[in-house]
Design a protein around this ligand. Structure first.
Ligand code: C5P
Length: 225
């Protein structure tokens, strides 16, 4: 991508896991490293965009030229994203958001009680950040990810429709040596009427390819849905 392709445009990108507290010392989370989202942020910035990265807890350095907002929970992530929507041309939801959070977070560390039943966690559903953005007034060009273990294309296409996205990047996470924590990935880029298959490549190269694919559709107004 030429370094000026996205000049004057703003990307908001979510990345990493969210972390949902159980008590002051424990939480529910997932295996997302944040690598794909950070690579996307870097690629968009390199292509000239202003980039805001809303990140759950990761071990990664902030990409050069990117503004990073750190959050922990899905609700915090949604709030941070919504605060950025007044200036957002493209939204990419790359975070592995916890689908559920604990209904009542214990104020103190839950103790191991002798001779009593193990505690039961009651969960409630978290907001769907991607869907909320896609369905907001003046929604940006919205891109989601779909990590699937079966019926990759079918499941991703139904997600594209259900969440009203412009584009979805589908990964088969059942394949070894890619996806979670890996530096490699392969994917299928799907929109309402186009399909592009990306072979196994580094997350860095994949990020560049995804930002290119977004540009193709974003700047081709006849293709906007
Ligand atoms: O429905 P599913 O979780 O598989 O969808 C994945 C896509 O939705 C990803 O782009 C992810 O970032 C986004 N998502 C979200 N908020 C949620 C759940 C998923 O933004 N609560």
């Amino acid at each position: 991508t030429a370094s000026c392709t996205w000049q004057g445009k703003t990307f908001v990108i979510t990345a990493g896991p969210t972390r949902e507290a159980i008590d002051p010392v424990r939480y529910i989370s997932n295996h997302s490293s944040g690598k794909m989202g950070y690579a996307l942020a870097q690629a968009a910035a390199n292509a000239g965009a202003k980039v805001v990265l809303v990140s759950g807890p990761t071990q990664l350095a902030t990409p050069k030229g990117v503004q990073r907002i750190d959050v922990e929970t899905a609700e915090q992530m949604l709030t941070a994203v919504q605060q950025q929507l007044t200036d957002c041309d493209v939204f990419i939801g790359c975070a592995a958001v916890s689908d559920y959070r604990v209904e009542d977070i214990a104020e103190h560390k839950i103790k191991k009680e002798q001779n009593s039943e193990p505690p039961k966690l009651s969960l409630v559903q978290n907001p769907d950040i991607l869907k909320t953005v896609a369905q907001s007034a003046n929604a940006p060009f919205t891109v989601g990810f779909a990590a699937e273990t079966q019926n990759l294309k079918e499941n991703a296409l139904s997600k594209l429709q259900r969440k009203q996205l412009q584009m979805i990047i589908a990964n088969d996470v059942s394949e070894p040596h890619q996806g979670f924590n890996s530096d490699q990935n392969s994917a299928l880029i799907l929109s309402k009427d186009s399909e592009q298959s990306l072979p196994t490549m580094s997350k860095h190269d994949m990020a560049v390819a995804i930002i290119d694919a977004i540009a193709k559709r974003y700047f081709d107004t006849s293709n906007r849905s």
